[in-house]
Write a protein that binds this ligand. Structure first.
Ligand SMILES: Cc1cc2nc3c(=O)[nH]c(=O)nc-3n(C[C@H](O)[C@H](O)[C@H](O)COP(=O)(O)OP(=O)(O)OC[C@H]3O[C@@H](n4cnc5c(N)ncnc54)[C@H](O)[C@@H]3O)c2cc1C
Length: 425
């Protein structure tokens, strides 16, 4: 195993580790004193573990390039953000139920009184409101078909739920150092996410200096740094917010885009497909528009680059691959299976064809496959020594799902398969 691989393995361990270790430390610190009834102890432990997990979940949501790298990449860190948030909710729901069960053993009416809001004081109401906000935020998180903007607005309920939950503990327990620490870390994570990422205070200013219409519904833009240039590598992505130009009005909020080209002078290229309201509007962007960039994020195309490669791109998922091919000729045998709907909609097809003619180590297999899944059982046997290759896939989920069993059948190890998904939430 190379030093690079060990570092990436360590980073992949860090998000799961803090999800387990931090709540354990908090619970050890706050472990109920001996002699407390069983269900009261369960209620106390679940409250502390749940609160600690909520704090972990907030830290894993911060979009800061170094922090994201430390946690194994933004997408991986988001996966653990969701897991810790869900587990926190389950534990926090256990908290009032365990306390009610404890009261039940004293007298059943006490259990009822511990649950109904009108028998309670305002710090308990705050706890219930926090729990309801968490329930609402989580329910909408898993409603995959909600439009992105609405989903995001609903997701904010979770942040408010966490803060109210901590206020509930603070009011009930007083100025316990541990609660103050949890409140401090949560507030820092939320403020960093809002001020630095959502408002873009730490973003790099760039300007659109060229716009090229690639194919119908896809443009490629050249961005030139107005101050310091970002340092990034092919396969990485940026969060990009477009401002206003002479007649162009940008949508303002940050969207993720993989780089399609990185130039030695610090300028870079993005290829953008019209998908929803914002990317639709970007199709009419003009030179001179100011752009703000955050990143770089992601570690796609960084692993085992010293091995022969199989790349599979679906539609606009070709962007990381074209960036790598433009950066330098291939040093390892590389086959790109490029799936697209029709040649009129296949970005970079001409450039890729030329590259395949000039770079002896690069092979292109273009596949026109509109409205049906590609026939991988006839495509994969065309790739020589498939079992020895590192596989990198970038495309829609149905394509990835259809491809996986075929790769396994051809003996590709699961740790040799890597994805980039264009739809994380
Ligand atoms: C890592 C990554 C790399 C990407 N690279 C490219 C690329 O090179 N070229 C390209 O054309 N597209 C790329 N995309 C997809 C691109 O981000 C979406 O098409 C774009 O954000 C859609 O915005 P919209 O308002 O037009 O559409 P919407 O209808 O608002 O969104 C469509 C979908 O895009 C995603 N999305 C929208 N806004 C955001 C956001 N602010 N943050 C995260 N996801 C969001 C959501 O999954 C949403 O369901 C990439 C996405 C990701 C996650």
């Amino acid at each position: 195993m190379t030093a690079g691989n060990s570092v990436s393995l360590l980073c992949k361990m860090s998000a799961p580790s803090i999800t387990v270790v931090f709540p354990l430390l908090v619970v050890c610190w706050a472990f109920p004193q001996a002699g407390l009834p069983l269900w009261r102890s369960v209620g106390t432990i679940s409250a502390w573990a749940g609160s600690a997990l909520l704090v972990v979940s907030l830290v894993l949501m911060v979009r800061q390039p170094q922090l994201a790298r430390l946690f194994g990449g933004l997408e991986f860190s988001y996966r653990w953000h969701h897991r810790s948030g869900l587990l926190a909710y389950v534990l926090l729901l256990m908290h009032p139920l365990a306390l009610a069960l404890d009261a039940w053993f004293e007298a059943p009416y006490l259990a009822w009184e511990s649950l109904v809001p009108w028998a309670q004081s305002w710090p308990i109401w705050i706890g219930w409101i926090a729990l309801l906000l968490l329930m609402f935020g989580l329910a909408t998180t898993f409603a995959l078909h909600l439009p992105y903007r609405r989903w995001r607005a609903f997701h904010l309920a979770l942040g408010l739920g966490v803060l109210l939950g901590l206020v509930h503990s603070y009011v009930l327990l007083g100025t316990v150092d541990l609660i103050l620490l949890l409140i401090l870390v949560s507030s820092l994570a939320l403020s960093w996410r809002w001020i630095a990422s959502d408002l873009g205070v730490v973003a790099y200013p760039y300007q659109v200096t060229q716009v090229v219409r690639q194919v119908t519904g896809i443009i490629e833009i050249l961005l030139t740094p107005s101050a310091t240039a970002l340092v990034l590598s092919p396969g990485q992505f940026l969060l990009v917010a477009f401002g206003d130009g002479g007649t162009y009005r940008g949508c303002g909020d940050y969207h993720p885009f993989s780089v399609s080209g990185i130039n030695a002078d610090g300028s870079l290229r993005l290829a953008i497909k019209a998908l929803g309201p914002c990317t639709q509007r970007i199709q009419s962007i003009e030179p001179g528009v100011l752009v703000r960039l955050q990143g770089p994020f992601g570690n796609f195309l960084t692993e085992a680059q010293n091995k022969p490669q199989l790349w599979v791109a679906g539609g606009i998922g070709v962007t990381p691959f074209i960036a790598a091919l433009r950066a330098h000729p291939r040093t390892q045998v590389t086959t790109l299976i490029y799936l697209f709907c029709s040649t009129a909609e296949a970005a970079f097809l001409h450039e890729l064809t030329l590259l395949a003619q000039t770079d002896p180590k690069f092979e292109l297999i273009p596949v026109e496959t509109c409205k049906r899944l590609a026939d991988f059982s006839s495509l994969l046997p065309q790739v020589e020594q498939l079992g020895a290759r590192e596989v990198n896939i970038c495309g829609p989920a149905p394509m990835v799902n259809a491809l996986m069993p075929h790769l396994q059948r051809h003996g590709v190890a699961s740790d040799a398969i890597h994805f980039e998904r264009f739809d994380f939430r």
